[in-house]
Design a protein around this ligand. Structure first.
Ligand code: GUN
Length: 297
């Protein structure tokens, strides 16, 4: 079997057209959704993610307040900027790009963000609401993964889903979202991680494998059953002298071999990545609507 490639760029572009129209309608009512962006330090991958997020805002008409802070920024300075954004009515969403440089307390910063502006869905209040199935901002990457499955026509209900990776940003929230008693969920979920004894035992019986381990070649063809759906959340930089930048991006999945066995697969780049940004835009628009008292479903 040769897999159908799930084109995340296309799905994201379709969703962004819908969001752009929605933003234009809000502007007619005098509402401009706003995102406060904070990047601390010089990590090249974080810099390029944040620039892409700011550009995406601009493209669909969301106002963004872009802040670049040095790696030497103190906890107090960072907390003060978050507080300022909490109070700023022009800002509906606050994005503090993770990971923060060493010495900064990530948990304290996330806790300081007003849950009503937590468009990343990382505040414990939103995490708790998501776990118990209440309306909450859903974290962007897991939400993007579910949108990709849904819009590709993959049945999630009743599926055996194996997630490889237990991060707070992807693995843990995704597991919780997929076990909800809701449409596009209702799956049976196993979360594997670095202490899992026999990873292949789990992946081999999965209908859907979601790789979010942050390591190339974590999922190879011999670990999968024929017809499996594979979503690759990994973004790894591999040195490559033939490229202008000196590196290329690969996921966590051995794409070339796995695509001959899977029914659906996401590429890297061009799979989950564009969806993460799109869901951030989605949450920011939703937050602006809530702030204006417009009903959101
Ligand atoms: N770092 C990696 N992914 C994310 C994300 O979705 N949001 C934030 N704020 N930081 C990240």
């Amino acid at each position: 079997m040769t897999a159908q490639i799930i084109d995340g760029k296309q799905v994201a572009a379709d969703m962004r057209v819908e969001l752009k129209e929605e933003v234009a309608k809000l502007k007619e009512k005098g509402i401009v959704p706003g995102l406060g962006v904070i990047l601390v330090g010089e990590d090249p991958a974080s810099k390029s993610y944040v620039t892409a997020k700011e550009r995406a805002c601009e493209n669909i008409g969301i106002y963004s307040d872009n802040n670049r802070l040095s790696a030497e920024t103190s906890q107090e300075e960072l907390m003060a900027l978050v507080e300022k954004m909490n109070k700023d009515p022009k800002i509906n969403g606050i994005l503090v790009q993770l990971l923060l440089p060493k010495g900064l307390n990530e948990a304290e910063v996330l806790l300081a963000i007003d849950p009503a502006k937590d468009v990343d869905g990382f505040h414990p209040v939103n995490v708790g609401k998501m776990v118990v199935g209440e309306k909450a901002f859903l974290p962007c990457t897991p939400h993007g993964v579910i949108q990709l499955l849904k819009r590709s026509g993959v049945t999630i209900e009743g599926a055996e889903v194996v997630i490889v990776g237990r991060s707070n940003i992807v693995g843990k929230p995704l597991a919780n979202m997929l076990i909800q008693k809701k449409p596009n969920a209702n799956a049976t979920v196993t979360v594997c991680h670095t202490r899992t004894k026999d990873l292949t035992y789990h992946t081999k019986r999965a209908d859907i494998v979601i790789a979010a381990a942050g390591r190339p070649n974590t999922v190879t063809a011999d670990m999968l059953k024929e017809g499996v759906v594979v979503i690759d959340v990994g973004v790894n930089r591999i040195e490559d002298a033939t490229k202008k930048k000196g590196y290329r991006l690969v996921g966590d999945v051995d794409f070339e071999a796995v695509k001959e066995k899977a029914s659906f697969i996401t590429p890297v780049p061009g799979g989950v990545g564009p969806m993460t940004i799109t869901m951030l835009l989605y949450n920011t628009v939703e937050s602006a609507k809530r702030a204006a008292g417009i009903e959101v479903d």
